[in-house]
Design a protein around this ligand. Structure first.
Ligand SMILES: [Zn+2]
Length: 339
């Protein structure tokens, strides 16, 4: 163990006590795409003892350019990202505990996901989940590290509830759907992923070893193509902030969760079951036996009908590829998966 982490232990900011704290820590990784895969690899190599990785999607060929943990075989077999990450990380460091959770993060599960974790890392690609994470983390006094990267630019900040501004202190209103560029519409290059994820992980390590004074306390914005680096100092929590000032958790307390979501720029729609469920793949495969070319592994069942590729997960969700129309996707879901 000492040899494995020797270079990190030599680093005065960590040392032997810091390493011991890292080995005892538990981190929640929300999203395991480009940022998340990078987070997972760095934390595993650093010897952070317990990682809980949540992601709703499966690996595709277009991910391989920047999502460092994944291989061609993962894309070929549509392996869920959380499971593919767990396999790869287990090969990198067999001495840590990895939980892979294939699920959509929403207001019905976010509080149980953060429970027991020391800090939460944002590796998602959408603001809805970030505002939800901000609600849950402020409510439960859990630090979280916001990170976003698209094209050649990215942003990060660390929220320590009660001590720093929260996401909503800085960005009061969530951007309107469709108004912000995404990796699927504007593209993205790997160097900005590595830059933002590295700052996020440095913050996480500082927090876990207890070196709060070293944390940057800022909103950092970087553009690696335009060579623009900005650091805006964050103030204390804003008493008028609806989330951390008035403690109104409107994303967490929303009446209903949205059962369908257009996966922006991907020509795909996700449909979630209205109630929590578990699909018995053997029975399901029998039900769709008259469809040709059904592919199945332990995580997903995939088939094509009417030119749309339908991938069904064990938790009852389906991603319907080949349409961005929610009603078309809902109708295919109702016909072939069931309500
Ligand atoms: Zn706030």
């Amino acid at each position: 163990m000492n040899e494995r982490y020797s270079r990190q232990i030599l680093f005065p900011g960590i040392g032997p006590e810091g390493q011991e704290k890292l080995l005892q820590a538990r981190v929640l990784l929300v999203g395991c795409g480009a940022l998340g895969a990078s987070h997972a690899e760095m934390l595993a190599r650093a010897g952070v003892g317990r990682l809980r990785i949540v992601d709703r999607d499966f690996v595709e060929y277009s991910n391989l350019q920047r999502q460092t943990l994944f291989k061609e075989a993962d894309a070929e077999n549509r392996i869920p990202k959380a499971e593919a990450a767990k396999q790869r990380i287990g090969e990198i460091n067999s001495g840590i505990e990895i939980e892979a959770i294939v699920a959509d993060v929403n207001n019905s599960n976010v509080e149980s996901l953060i429970e027991g974790c020391d800090i939460v890392l944002d590796g998602t690609d959408n603001f809805m989940v970030r505002y939800l994470l901000n609600d849950a983390c402020v409510k439960h006094d859990k630090p979280w590290v916001y990170g976003a990267a698209v094209s050649s630019y990215g942003t990060t900040m660390t929220v320590i509830p009660g001590q720093t501004s929260c996401l909503r202190c800085v960005f009061n209103e969530m951007p309107n759907a469709g108004s912000s560029p995404t990796c699927d519409t504007a593209g993205v290059i790997m160097p900005i992923i590595s830059s933002i994820s590295s700052i996020q992980i440095a913050e996480t390590l500082k927090f876990l070893v207890g070196d709060a004074a070293a944390m940057h306390g800022s909103l950092i914005q970087i553009d690696v193509w335009q060579n623009d680096w900005r650091k805006i100092k964050l103030g204390p929590p804003n008493p008028d902030c609806p989330t951390c000032g008035r403690r109104e958790f409107e994303f967490l307390d929303a009446e209903s969760t949205e059962f369908s979501a257009v996966l922006c720029g991907r020509d795909a729609v996700q449909i979630a079951p209205p109630r929590p469920t578990q699909i018995d793949f053997a029975r399901f495969a029998a039900k769709i036996a008259n469809i040709h070319d059904v592919k199945r592994n332990e995580y997903i069942v995939r088939f094509t009908v009417e030119g749309k590729e339908i991938t069904v997960f064990r938790d009852g969700r389906a991603i319907i590829k080949g349409t961005d129309d929610v009603s078309t996707a809902r109708s295919l879901y109702a016909r072939f998966v069931g309500s």
